[in-house]
Design a binder for this molecule. Structure first.
Ligand SMILES: [Zn+2]
Ligand SMILES: [Zn+2]
Length: 357
């Protein structure tokens, strides 16, 4: 059972959800974090969204070195702050971008917060420990947030914690696949290939609609996700996985998104890009190397972006869009689940689960 806020003090213990390998996920006791640097804040997670990647890790589709604490899309409440943690005070509700970034290095100053030079590449809450630096995970009673003045974002009063919980990662990830391409090409049609990066693909649809794309087309091998995409305003095409592998068409789009995370979706997104089009993959795929149709991409002049989101840089624009009522992350929430049931719900067949206290 997660403890209550008043239980913590130096040397106290808490509960956290530890991934020890496929099929080995459970709550364990550990030492509570403390302020280590005067720029730290201690935050109590109050709503944690299940990332698409969490499910892939839990079922072994995306191997990641255990052990680590799971949960990295979080809204929390500030419990304690260091002297140089900015204006934050206990009780403030905050959105916590999942990647650790300092806000001070040259990469952070360029907005490339996923490549912060102050921490190992890939350093994040709730994912594999990088070079011995363990920042813990959100499915925990308390986490330590470094560089809190830079890292933390205020949760607007108008957004419920469970609705905002996906903003630190998946909502922002979907948004960034279309935001810059649509800013460069206003109103342009968008194709999204959906799949296991299921909420990211659907958030890309929602963001493309919100940002004024004149036509959003969604292709998936899952009829339910296609139905959800229709509800968000897309034309949606569902087919079997075997049909997707064989699928070809003459449709072309200036902006395409590969949120499939499997080769047929990437191929569809790349082949469906118009000459001088822009394609973004939100995953490198399940294997270290992948085939891409480079010579055709060269001839057409395709800009291909394959990267993780820069969460801290992207989140404020997403928060604005949600506050304005133009994007509703809550539309994708399948159900909310108590923290206690997070281990079981990690592998549940659902688009988006949010864990709450
Ligand atoms: Zn994630
Ligand atoms: Zn940095």
């Amino acid at each position: 059972m997660p403890a209550v806020i008043d239980d913590f003090g130096e040397g106290e213990s808490l509960q956290h959800l530890v991934f020890r390998g496929v099929g080995e996920l459970g709550w364990e006791e550990t030492e509570a974090p403390v302020i280590q640097d005067d720029r730290d804040a201690l935050v109590r997670p109050i709503a944690v969204a299940r990332c698409d990647l969490d499910t892939a890790i839990a079922i072994g589709l995306y191997p990641m070195q255990p052990p680590f604490t799971m949960g990295h899309e979080m809204v929390g409440e500030v419990v304690e702050v260091g002297e140089k943690a900015g204006e934050w005070k206990p009780g403030d509700r905050v959105i916590v971008p999942f990647q650790i970034s300092c806000g001070e290095c040259s990469m952070c100053k360029r907005g490339l917060t996923n490549a912060c030079e102050s921490v190992p590449l890939g350093a994040a809450f709730g994912l594999a420990v990088r070079e011995g630096m363990d920042f813990g995970g959100a499915l925990s009673d308390l986490i330590r947030v470094p560089w809190a003045d830079h890292m933390l974002l205020p949760l607007p009063d108008s957004i419920a914690p469970e609705v905002a919980a996906g903003i630190p990662d998946n909502v922002s990830d979907g948004y960034r696949t279309v935001a810059e391409p649509l800013a460069a090409n206003p109103g342009a049609p968008v194709l999204v290939a959906g799949g296991p990066a299921q909420s990211v693909g659907l958030y890309a649809v929602a963001a493309a609609v919100a940002l004024g794309s004149e036509r959003v087309v969604y292709v998936d091998f899952d009829e339910h996700r296609a139905e959800v995409a229709r509800g968000l305003g897309a034309e949606a095409i569902a087919m079997t996985f075997d049909e997707l592998v064989e699928f070809t068409w003459d449709e072309r789009f200036p902006i395409t998104v590969d949120a499939c995370a499997l080769p047929p979706g990437r191929t569809l997104a790349l082949n469906s890009a118009s000459p001088c089009g822009h394609c973004t993959s939100v995953s490198g795929g399940p294997t270290p190397t992948s085939e891409v149709p480079l010579s055709r991409m060269y001839a057409k002049g395709i800009t291909y972006e394959v990267s993780r989101v820069h969460a801290r840089t992207t989140a404020p624009a997403v928060i604005d869009l949600v506050t304005e009522g133009r994007l509703d992350p809550g539309a994708l929430i399948t159900r909310t689940v108590p923290f206690d049931e997070a281990a079981e719900a990690m592998t549940e067949d659902a688009i988006k689960i949010v864990f709450t206290r």
